[in-house]
Design a protein around this ligand. Structure first.
Ligand SMILES: Cc1cc2nc3c(=O)[nH]c(=O)nc-3n(C[C@H](O)[C@H](O)[C@H](O)COP(=O)(O)O)c2cc1C
Length: 334
């Protein structure tokens, strides 16, 4: 990695776009890269066991060079599979390996990983240590405040201490607990209250740990406020649903010169990428399903989104669809 890239990767976690299954695929990440060059982008969670058993890794690991800095998030509970996944992550050129200990879905619980691992700190430590020893990349963790009745400041501190001793380089804490029984993943992102103060308390007790806070951050101002107390701010749904809202992140959070990009420019910049995707038998919809999010709160937005959806879902759709969408935005001054 050259010096410039190293500098850019070094503090990228100050603002990151959260891992989100079915959302933060490589097409969305490439879109987000038009908006911010500095944020850390996370992949969707990739299950280590799936990587181990499925030898064609292209679908699960492929990414474009412009996506750097990028963290590969992996899920699992078996150190052998996780080591395999972490090594693959390094071979494929990711910048960081992130371990998922926050997902509460039934499927993930039935595999004994994700948030349910918070009940097994020793196992998490084994996993982190095994990965740390097998890759040069930083190994980081994303987790909750607690789960079910295992939810106190003391347990959280002990958990973090153990994982830090095992070698984790950064903690991303979704500032709410998860209920493994009784709530589905969606409810687990809204029903348990956000408790930033508990993450702040942990940071006070452990000032040397790098702690990134996540959950409910809606605006750049929210993130700036979070950065007063924490080392990083991670945004999930608000980044996916409103990508343009984050257009000044590089300037405000990373102190880069101001660079405002218009929606039509984003589409035009994505044309070579889309062309490459089509030539690899991809569909234009794979890209446009994310692209529709860049226009909102302006007259004609729903019509533009509806048209782009309909046109790009056509199985014969080609680059023209994106060119027309860009032209319409240019005519509207966007
Ligand atoms: C559709 C969706 C998929 C998600 N998938 C993952 C995932 O793969 N790995 C993970 O650690 N968290 C996942 N999350 C949780 C987010 O990373 C984040 O922790 C959560 O949405 C709270 O942040 P927010 O309030 O900024 O959205 C997902 C969230 C959503 C909405």
């Amino acid at each position: 990695m050259d010096l410039e890239s190293q500098t850019k990767t070094f503090d990228a976690y100050r603002f990151s776009v959260a891992p989100m299954l079915d959302c933060t695929d490589r097409h969305f990440r490439v879109l987000m890269r038009q908006i911010t060059q500095r944020a850390l982008l996370y992949t969707e969670m990739v299950v280590a066991q799936a990587l181990f058993h499925n030898k064609n890794h292209n679908n699960l690991l492929q990414f474009d060079d412009i996506e750097h800095p990028i963290a590969l998030q992996i899920g699992g509970e078996n150190p052998e599979f996780l080591v395999y996944a972490a090594r693959l992550g390094e071979e494929w050129g990711y910048d960081e390996i992130n371990f998922n200990v926050g997902c509460p879905s039934a499927k993930v619980q039935s595999g004994n990983f994700g948030a349910s691992l918070m009940a097994r700190p020793d196992q998490v430590a084994r996993c982190i240590e095994a990965m740390t020893n097998s890759t040069k990349l930083p190994v980081t963790i994303k987790h909750r405040l607690g789960i079910d009745d295992l939810d106190s400041d003391e347990l959280l501190r002990k958990f973090v201490d153990k994982i830090s001793n095992a070698g984790a380089k950064r903690f991303t804490i979704h500032a709410r607990k998860a209920f493994l029984k009784g709530l589905d993943p969606k409810q687990n992102r809204t029903v348990p209250p956000l408790q930033y103060e508990r993450v702040a308390h942990l940071k006070e007790l452990r000032p040397d740990l790098i702690i990134e806070v996540n959950g409910g951050l809606e605006t750049i101002e929210d993130c700036l406020k979070a950065l007063d107390k924490f080392d990083g701010a991670m945004v999930g749904r608000a980044a996916y649903e409103h990508p343009m809202r984050w257009g000044r992140i590089d300037e405000i959070i990373f102190k880069e010169p101001q660079k405002i990009i218009k929606q039509s420019q984003i589409i035009r910049q994505l044309l070579p990428y889309a062309e490459k995707h089509l030539s690899n038998n991809g569909r234009i919809w794979d890209i446009c399903r994310h692209l529709i999010k860049i226009v909102e709160n302006v007259p004609g937005a729903s019509k533009w989104r509806r048209n782009l959806t309909l046109e790009s879902q056509n199985k014969f759709a080609n680059l023209k669809v994106m060119e027309i969408a860009a032209l319409q935005l240019e005519e509207a001054g966007l």
